[in-house]
Design a protein around this ligand. Sequence first.
Ligand SMILES: [Zn+2]
Ligand SMILES: [Zn+2]
Length: 578
Amino acid sequence: MKIETIRHSLSHIMATVVQEFYPGTKFGIGPAIENGFYYDFDLKMSLAPSDLQRIEKKMREIIKQNLEFRIKNLEVKEAEEMFKNQPYKLELIKDLEESGAKEVSTYQVGDFLDLCKGPHVKSTKEISIDSFKLVKIAGAYWRGSEKNKMLTRIYGLAFKTKKELEDYLKFQEEAEKRDHRTLGRVLELFSISEEIGPGLILWHPRGAIIREIVENFWKAEHKKRGYQYVYSPHIGKLDLWKKSGHWEFYRESLYSPIEIEGVQYLLKPMNCPFHLQVYKSKIRSYKDLPIKYCELGTVYRFEKAGTLHGLLRVRGFTQDDAHIFCSPDQINKEVEGVLDLACFMLNTFGFSNFEVELSVRDPKNKIKYLGSDKIWKKAENALEYSLKQKGLKYRRAEGEAVFYGPKIDIKLIDALGRGWQGLTIQVDFNLPEKFDLNYIDERGRKERVVMIHHAVLGSIERFIGNLLEHYAGALPLWLSPIQIWIIPIGSEHRKYANFVNEQLTTNNLRTQLRDERETVSKKIRGGEIQKIPYLLVVGDKEMKSKSVRVRERGKGDVGEMKLNKFFKKVILEIEKKK
Ligand SMILES: [Zn+2]
Ligand SMILES: [Zn+2]
């Protein structure tokens, strides 16, 4: 039995109960969905969560009765008569009629007759009573259109076994605990203000510390590998975006032009056209190549309000963008270098599982791509060869390359096994063509340069959201905005606590002295909620021996330690970025 069939059958059973409990209900539709099912009802009253338990209980009783799902085909006219008090069903019947149907199928289970094409279980005994659960009540417009009436949607989860259901619920609970939006609020990292606008992130001081560390690390690693940092403006002439093709291809994601002195400008959705202008600012020789520019460039793209999600989906975000300008023969080495950089950085941040995809041309439809057969082969081989060199397992997706070049996408797999879009490396034959980007080769001839775009983290906003969820807010010491709290036991220990604090802060550790009038246990609890890596408690004993009592995050009290020894321990931990 297919799980979808069980899920959908459960929606009928739920409707059966709703019909019994709430006479006069009008029924919408009840499909199977990922992990479960729903049914839309036009109810005379609103439901409370306790109603779900009542409905669920009754559903179990019905299932135990081993009721059959009986199919009956009706002529359209008959069906219209049968469903005359069900306006939504009538609408569906009319649609079927218009598409040429003479007959429609109905299914009866218990006292509930539904218009449906199936399939269903033969009998309710095929459904296990403890592997489903009603979980949520939501409003949903009939047929998804806000012009229609808002119906009540009840969501249920359903799996083949009780164990699968429990595992899923546990996973959901864990995911909720890790929700970066909640963590962002509790840890005071960022906010989104209605007054400013949806999808626009305000980084609070602590969030800004994390961001600064991530960005500094990113910049340092790029510089080590020969990238040069550049800055570019936030707007550029509309004509630029027309020339680059963005205006034509990505118009839905772009904001309206801004008029300045009679000329139209656009908020930048990409950094590429700016970087290529830097390249183009003078004649380049083969000896200069590769030239590599990088920038943490903030871009603006339109996303519908309903799809915005904390840091993960926003309207303004900072791409960790880089562009390599090289000769076709250098693609190989450069892509390998990018993969090396990416693996190193992502591993350092604690991600070690990836899902890799190589998008190449559709070999049967070569004409729809820009650039010669020779250069495509070279680029595709280079990408594939580099993936093999790095020992990365990948999926080869034929026909999924964009028209202007092949690419590699890497998804990060987090602690819960969820995939997040991270790195992209894209070979581009289009922009060098459109903007006439060249270099002079060994024999003094003008040659077309190849452009490689890449972003290792994707966007700084999304990446920090991923980090927070991956670590459930308990960031490694080097990334923690506040690393250490110092907690004096009594007022007579304040002076020593202050001394410890100064010792640590003068060595660039991020600390807080918690000497307010509050019990030590309350402060410890507070530190745990704030996910502070180390809490140092100091009293008489510690004062006398120049030591601290250390509470380590996740481990609790790990004992007394000389201040010097503690200092060396944390410095080492920060250096190792563990
Ligand atoms: Zn059905
Ligand atoms: Zn680019």
